[in-house]
Structures are given as C-alpha cells and as structure tokens.
Design a protein around this ligand. Structure first.
Ligand SMILES: Cc1cc2nc3c(=O)[nH]c(=O)nc-3n(C[C@H](O)[C@H](O)[C@H](O)COP(=O)(O)O)c2cc1C
Length: 276
C-alpha cells in the first residue's frame, strides 16, 4: 500500500495544503499622485543571478495597489523585515483603501532610497531598489513583474559579517502560508543546519572547461581556482567582458578587473581557490 495520496488542486493550492516556505518582503511604491503604498509580498525569487542584469521576479494580484503603482510608475522597493517586525508587516497586508499609506499604521520609518523614488524602510536590514524590466499579465491570473535591481542596500554592520553571523543578525522570518487567507504562519531560522558540499571523484575536472579565446597563464591559473561546475559560466562571462573591452585574449589583469567589477574581491577569489 502506497503511503502517498494525490490531492485536489484548489485555488490557493500553494498555501492550502502544499507547504512552501517563503521570503517575507514589504514592497513600497508610489501611486500616480506620489502617495506611498506598502504591502507584503512573498511570491518572489531571483531571476537573473548574474551581476550584469540582476533581476527579481514577483507575482501580484493584478488589482493590488502595489501592482497598479508599479505599472504606472515603473519603480518599487523590496524591503526584507526582521522577525521582530512581523506585526507591522501584517498591518500592511490589510485592505486599506487606495491612496492610504499603510506605513502610517506601523512602526516602520520611511527613508529615501538611493536610486529610485519610492522610500525604503529603515528597520529592514536588506533592501532591493528596482525598476521594471518587463511586466507579464497572465489572463485572469497573476501579474508578473520582472524587476531590474538598481541597488542592493544592507545595514552597514552586515557587510563584514560571515554568512552564519549575518543569518542570525538579520533574523529574517520565513512565511509558512496561511489558513483561508486569515491566519498567517511564520517561523524563523532558529536551527541552522550546515552542509559542506564537497565533490565526487568523478566531478568535472579543470580540463573539461572549453575556452574560445586565448587565456594567458595567469588567467588560466585563476580559472582553475574556480569550482569546476562554475567554470563554464565564468569562461562565458569573461570572454564576453573581453569582447566588450575590444580584447581578443583573456589576461590575468582582465580576469581580475572583471572579478573586481562583479564584487569578487581577492578574498572571495582565495575562498574559491581553497575550496572554502
Ligand atoms: C506574508 C504575506 C505575503 C503575501 N504575498 C503576496 C504575493 O506575493 N502576491 C500577492 O498578490 N499578494 C500577496 N499577499 C497579499 C497582499 O499583501 C495583500 O493583498 C495586500 O492587501 C496588498 O496590498 P496593496 O493593495 O497595497 O498592494 C501577501 C500577504 C501576506 C500577509
């Protein structure tokens, strides 16, 4: 006898029985009259992981004020609150009428954003300022916004922290869905389970990476410091960068310049090399 049973897919299936731990964000926008709007949004994911065109993809009810504002103004800010602000986050979920700034009913402080007009939230340790890249309106369904990330802004003290320390300091809540859109469940990452990835003996070896340009010895040595599964992507990006710079060869200097421009400082490169 199978222990499994197929269940009916009903509206809000993603929330009713299917459990889907989610990121909690509060999106701030401006309406066409410049009035601030805020609402929680969790149907969000990274869409393009490269630094050239970093994007996020977000799913909205098409008549939500946030979606309407994004369509009208082309700008929005994704604020990630700490668990200590869950009550205020839930306040912004209430169906306030159009033209009301939900933040006035919360303890959140509006601060100017760096690259876009809607405000950011001071109390949120992690913020992405976005403009619209593309909007897809699925018929009688979700409005999907692909946002181009114009700036990622974090609390200063987080920058120098290691990941484990940062996870604890930020204390981001994890959304665990709702019951009938009335009771919302959240949890926090109190237990951190760590795994070292490692590689099987049969993992792709350095020699498998194929370049289409000449790479000098320095550049080749640095490439070999990149974990094998990432090498193809690194080769493509580096060669694209070389073409942009009108170079027909990849030098160690060029590799370092690209690494630096995408935030791979020598310390990060060293981490790659040591496999740490
Ligand atoms: C934790 C949480 C996550 C939510 N995520 C989404 C979402 O991703 N997409 C959506 O359309 N609505 C989502 N909602 C519902 C909206 O936040 C809610 O409809 C809100 O009133 C919209 O506000 P607005 O009209 O000011 O944009 C979520 C609600 C909560 C509490």
């Amino acid at each position: 006898m199978s222990r499994k049973k197929e269940i009916k897919i009903k509206p809000f299936w993603y929330s009713d029985i299917w459990l889907w731990p989610k990121l909690i964000t509060i999106i701030t926008t401006l309406d066409k009259n410049g009035v601030v709007n805020a609402g929680p949004y969790s149907h969000i994911m990274q869409y393009d992981v490269m630094t050239k065109n970093p994007r996020m993809l977000i799913g909205f009810r098409q008549d939500s004020h946030t979606f309407v504002n994004i369509e009208e103004t082309g700008e929005f800010v994704v604020n990630c609150p700490s668990a200590s602000h869950l009550d205020d986050m839930m306040e912004t979920a209430k169906f306030y009428p159009e033209g009301i700034n939900e933040l006035e009913f919360t303890k959140f402080t509006q601060i100017p954003s760096k690259k876009v007009s809607p405000p950011s939230l001071e109390e949120c340790p992690q913020i992405a300022e976005c403009t619209v890249d593309e909007i897809i309106k699925l018929e009688k369904s979700t409005g999907i916004v692909i946002g181009k990330i114009e700036a990622i802004v974090v609390d200063k003290e987080l920058v120098s922290m290691g990941r484990e320390q940062r996870i604890k300091a930020m204390d981001l809540p994890i959304g665990m869905g709702d019951e009938a859109r009335q009771t919302y469940y959240h949890t926090t990452a109190e237990t951190l389970i760590k795994h070292d990835l490692g590689q099987p003996k049969t993992a792709m070896q350095g020699a498998d990476a194929k370049t289409s340009m000449d790479w000098d010895n320095d550049a080749t040595e640095m490439l070999m410091g990149v974990p094998p599964p990432l090498r193809k992507m690194v080769i493509e990006n580096t060669e694209e960068f070389a073409v942009e710079k009108n170079e027909n060869k990849v030098s160690g200097e060029l590799f370092k310049e690209l690494a630096k421009s995408v935030g791979m400082d020598p310390e990060v490169m060293e981490r790659f090399r040591s496999g740490g």
